[in-house]
Design a protein around this ligand. Structure first.
Ligand code: GLA
Ligand code: ZN
Length: 669
């Protein structure tokens, strides 16, 4: 079931519900209020292992039966969670190997959550047993819409079990120690291994100078946790055929290679908690990242806070209308659900101040509840009209966890390199142009994209380089930056230097890379008269067929190429030898896109006015939905190429559309 999108019969609307924190009298009231809020899906039981299995092998499902029946009596469906993210005290007391070990080699004490070792056989056995029991009991219930395995997987364990499993993993990967020593470049500082047993995880007080070891440890741990997911998933799938299975992801989360994970999920889902100053384009980037994980398929928004969080330094309320914008932004960018953490604010525990639909002592009269209910009513009125739409993106921005790990563990040339922020800035520039882009992994099928951006994509193994070059030869445009194509899969610099296997496509060779000081200024003067800031890094490049199109203004390399353009068969390879700053990047990408006839869907390909987000989804029936979101506090006007119907008001709309502050329009044409 993991191929193909899921034709939901409605937009899933609901979220995390923790009834076991409340006496039973409250459950009926909860279900009544959920119905009023137009919830159709409740996620239960996310953290209830101790209540479901109070001692090994003794299960208590009576209370959950009553919860499920209460929800069903109000027509609320189930997103069934497996409760395995937080193991009970008896598990840790009985099986100490379940507890995770930190990077100092210290085994954690019982407590918190996400404190299990992914390679503990006891954890695997017990978690799969619980998931199996849940699936036996509820797996064929008609109200069951979705499985939610565990919760926000993401830890890294350094225990002896993991160390032993890592050695076996390395033996399979490299075959011989000789090969491992070569690929890991252990001649450096004389770190060659002469016995597999000498290899240790990269403890904080241990080996930190071999980047390939650290990168491989991430690969191994990401895979280990993924095997925990797969074990639960397979047990569920046998008992609950046809019900999609997911786990909630977290955006650019460092420890897990989500592109590998997404292959195992029936549908990608993620938790959106934007920081207070995040701009709409920042949030859109994360949606595009999750959309891109499964080849552009719709994803689920599994969690967002209906009001504030509790774990930011300052937890702002969402002003009226913001939650609605944020919810419709998710739908505009490819979500088939809008879901929350959580239903009711808890009375105790470290999340008692986290926002929820129902306040402490609250009722349906509260502001947040009313906003949630209004959004629910609007989503309900949309029926299946928005479900399954795909973003017609012709531009891809490549994001790679392995490149991120390689960048993070490399020493030099600048401490200001923030990989996700750089990639995000490329996406954001396109977003401000109104140009649709997917954020995809390096293994994604690239055929459908005409422009492929590779910001800071350090790790380009030969095979990826060949695929990218082939795309250029077929007619695509590539954009590369400093660091693109520098290293192979074990972080060895390509023998020919950067951009390694992309040299032919880009027609340049990088001779040196300068790091800019925080207040240092330089600029790029383009041949067409444009001028942009130069930031972060400045490569000195040698031309190998490319034509220079921009030149440094200052420094001993003033007048040398800062941007180049290379014709390669039917395609073009651009090399930006420095970072242009947000404005310069926007203008540069506008020219690159225009060359391929790519622009916003507004009339004449116009850039949307400041604060207005434009996004499209093409529905399975061919209808094109244009989402217009005014994130600003002022009225804005845009022009569409044609008139259509606003699905939220059912009124004829356009071609000129006036957008009140915080307005949302979904125009069907
Ligand atoms: C995460 C978790 C939830 C909750 C929220 C709070 O997304 O999945 O259980 O802790 O954060 O923001
Ligand atoms: Zn471990």
């Amino acid at each position: 079931m993991s191929e193909g999108w899921i034709a939901w019969d409605r937009i899933l609307y609901g979220g995390d519900y923790n009834p076991d924190q409340w006496p039973e009298e409250v459950w009926r009231e909860d279900a009544r209020l959920m119905r009023l809020a137009r919830w159709n899906t409740a996620t239960v039981p996310v953290f209830s292992w101790a209540r479901l299995e109070p001692e090994e092998g003794r299960f208590d499902f009576g209370w959950l039966d009553r919860v499920v029946e209460t929800l069903e009596s109000e027509g609320i469906g189930l997103c069934l969670a497996t409760s395995t993210a937080s193991q009970p005290a008896w598990v840790d007391a009985k099986y100490p190997d379940v507890l995770i070990t930190d990077p100092d080699g210290v085994r954690r004490r019982h407590g918190n959550r996400h404190s299990f070792c992914p390679n503990s056989a006891n954890y695997r056995r017990l978690s799969v047993a619980l998931a199996s029991r849940l699936a036996d009991r509820y797996g064929r219930r008609p109200s069951l819409r979705l499985w939610h395995v565990n919760n926000e997987y993401g830890t890294v364990c350094f225990c002896e079990n993991c160390a032993a499993a890592f050695r076996r993993w390395l033996q399979r990967r490299y075959g011989s120690l000789e090969e491992l020593n070569r690929r890991w470049y252990t001649a450096f500082w004389g770190h060659a291994y002469s016995d597999w047993r000498q290899i240790e995880p990269p403890y904080r007080h241990g080996e930190g100078s071999i980047q390939a070891l650290r990168i491989d440890y991430h690969r191994f741990q990401s895979e280990s946790l993924l095997r925990c997911f797969v074990a639960e998933r397979d047990a569920i799938r046998r008992r609950s055929p046809g019900v999609p299975i997911t786990t909630n992801l977290m955006g650019t989360f460092f420890n897990l290679d989500y592109h590998r994970w997404a292959k195992e999920l029936d549908v990608v889902s993620w938790d959106n908690y934007p920081w207070p100053e995040a701009k709409p384009e920042d949030v859109a980037f994360y949606h595009a990242l999750h959309r891109g994980m499964k080849d552009g398929q719709p994803f689920l928004l599994m969690e967002q806070s209906p009001s504030q969080q509790n774990w930011q330094p300052y937890n702002k309320l969402k002003a009226p209308g913001r939650l609605r914008l944020q919810s419709f932004q998710a739908v505009a960018q490819g979500a088939d659900s809008v879901m929350y953490f959580q239903w009711r604010r808890g009375r105790g525990g470290c999340e008692k101040l986290h926002g929820a639909v129902v306040e402490h002592g609250g009722s349906e009269a509260n502001r947040v509840f009313r906003e949630v209910a209004e959004i629910g009513a609007e989503l309900e009125s949309l029926g299946t009209e928005t479900i399954g739409g795909r973003t017609p993106a012709r531009v891809a921005v490549v994001f790679s966890w392995e490149s991120w790990w390689a960048m993070r563990y490399s020493s030099g040339p600048s401490r200001d390199l923030d990989y996700p922020a750089v990639v995000r800035s490329f996406y954001a520039a396109l977003h401000r142009l109104g140009v649709a882009a997917d954020v995809v992994g390096p293994d994604a099928p690239l055929e459908r994209y005409d422009v492929i951006l590779l910001p800071l994509l350090a790790m380009v193994p030969r095979e990826l380089g060949e695929r990218l070059e082939a795309r250029v030869r077929e007619g695509a445009t590539l954009v590369a930056t400093p660091f693109t194509g520098l290293v192979d899969e074990t972080d060895l610099v390509h023998p020919e230097g950067a951009p390694g296997p992309l040299s032919e496509a880009l027609g340049v060779f990088v001779e040196e890379t300068d790091a800019m000081l925080p207040r240092e200024e330089n600029a790029v003067r383009f041949a067409d008269g444009d001028r942009a800031e130069a930031r972060l890094l400045c490569d000195r490049v040698r031309l190998r067929g490319a034509e220079p199109i921009g030149f440094y203004e200052r420094g001993f390399y003033s007048g040398e190429p800062a941007a180049t353009r290379n014709l390669c068969s039917k395609g073009v390879g651009y090399y930006l030898a420095t970072y242009l700053g947000d404005e310069g990047l926007r203008r540069f990408l506008k020219r690159v896109c225009a060359e391929r006839g790519i622009a916003s869907p507004l009339e004449g390909g116009a850039e949307p006015p400041e604060g207005v987000e434009v996004a499209q989804r093409v529905q399975p029936d061919g209808a094109v939905l244009t989402y217009l979101l005014n994130h600003s506090d002022e009225e804005r006007t845009v022009r569409l190429p044609a008139a259509g119907t606003d699905l939220l008001t059912l009124q004829p709309t356009g071609p000129e559309v006036r957008l009140a502050p915080r307005a949302v329009r979904i125009v069907r044409s």
